[in-house]
Design a protein around this ligand. Structure first.
Ligand code: NAD
Length: 370
């Protein structure tokens, strides 16, 4: 199988970390196995604004449409602070999310043993941690209307956000959660606030019904979202997969992520609905971090989040779980060997730049596949 990838490096360190992913792709292609990759490239974000006046061109969108997976670096930077709001760098990412209806956001929080001391929690709590937060990405409080600030007659203002969810929006994300859980520990937590929110009641009822109809083999536990936030700190390893709405997912995924050390370590995936004919989902893979203007162009960026995002693409879009494991093991080995980019540096270990880290991971992958 030839998998079509669209690589959109973007701006700042997005460009630097994308080179390291290309290095890994080249190694997999060089192995001549049953799977290979055809990589197309295009501009997104500030780079696309500079070249074409828009954050993503129709041509790039057409490439994205035919790609099996989109690999996205990062966008933004102060150079584009003054461009009109509609064409700002982030508009490229938002267009991709919207046009492909990427409603399921997967944020793994994996604590590599070598980095357990970089966490703000005790080693015993986080060592070996492997949680997946599944966040609904296209509905809820961030998109519901009305969304406004209204001036009142008494001189005060009133801010309004509206949380809206429909049965089908909840059903489809809970199905994704159950399907993912089947490939993991077989257990799902669903976090919502049915004690005080009507959307929470709907989340609870639809989750229970969907679980009963679609995945009775999966163990389901309902948890109130604020208790979930507390339990994540108290005993994070009790969780394997947490599915939740857009707002709670935003907060819980950041909380879980920070247990693992640095922003430079965190991959993510955003999946759309499965195509009824092929069964495949449109998917975009990206590091959680931004374009890091403070370190861009200096070869300091940690490429691990980007490389781990590619591993997620192999797992979820290319049916190449074994190769994804090889990449994740290679990352763990390089960390075990004491190599660190500046963001995860610890006393007594070896400080390396973006390229050296990328090359070391690539070498481990090459050895594992030899
Ligand atoms: P950021 O994630 O770019 O950086 C935050 C801090 O983390 C910085 O100190 C940075 O140096 C560090 N950092 C981030 N990634 C790193 C890596 N791989 N290796 C080492 N250190 C790393 O967030 P920010 O500074 O708030 O935003 C910078 C720009 O990125 C802004 O224009 C923002 O809008 C944009 N942004 C884009 C995305 C995206 O493309 N999805 C996400 C967040 C922010």
């Amino acid at each position: 199988t030839t998998h079509k990838l669209l690589l959109l490096p973007g701006d700042g360190i997005g460009v630097e970390i994308s080179r390291e992913v290309e290095r890994v792709i080249a190694i997999l292609n060089g192995k001549g196995g049953p799977n290979s990759f055809e990589v197309e490239r295009d501009l997104v974000g500030g780079a696309a604004i500079d070249a074409h006046g828009v954050a993503i061109t129709e041509e790039a969108m057409a490439k994205a449409k035919t790609a099996d997976a989109i690999l996205f670096g990062a966008v933004g930077g102060s150079k584009w602070d003054d461009v009109p709001y509609e064409i700002r760098p982030e508009a490229g990412l938002l267009r991709l999310r919207k046009d492909f209806d990427l409603f399921a956001n997967l944020r793994p929080a994996i604590c590599y043993p070598a980095l357990a001391d970089a966490s703000s929690l005790k080693r015993s709590l986080v060592e070996g941690l492997d949680i997946l937060i599944l966040r609904e990405l296209t509905g809820g409080t961030y998109f519901g209307e009305p969304k406004e600030i209204v001036a009142l007659e008494n001189g005060q203002k009133r801010g309004v956000d509206t949380t809206i969810y429909t049965t089908s929006e909840i059903e489809r994300i809970v199905k994704v959660a159950c399907d993912l859980a089947r490939k993991r520990s077989g257990k799902v937590h669903m976090a919502a606030k049915w004690n005080v929110m009507k959307t929470g009641v709907l989340w609870r009822d639809v989750t229970v019904a969907t679980h009963k109809d679609h995945a009775p083999d999966i163990e389901l536990e309902l948890i109130v979202a604020d208790n979930c936030a507390m339990q994540l700190i108290r005993n994070p390893k009790q969780f394997d997969l947490i599915v939740t709405d857009n707002l709670f997912g935003d907060i819980l995924s950041d909380e879980a992520a920070m247990m693992t050390g640095s922003l430079g370590m965190l991959p993510s995936a955003s999946l759309g609905a499965a195509d009824p004919q092929t069964g495949r989902s449109k998917a975009l893979y990206e590091p959680v971090h931004g374009s890091a203007p403070d370190i861009s162009g200096q070869g300091l960026a940690n490429p691990i989040a980007m490389i781990a995002s590619f591993a997620m693409a192999l797992r979820y879009s290319c049916n190449m779980a074994a190769e994804a494991d090889v990449i994740e093991t290679a990352i763990a080995k390089v960390l075990d060997n004491g190599l660190r980019t500046a963001d995860i540096m610890q006393n007594g270990l070896t400080k390396v730049g973006t390229e050296e880290m990328g090359k070391a991971i690539a070498a481990e992958i090459e050895t594992a596949l030899a």
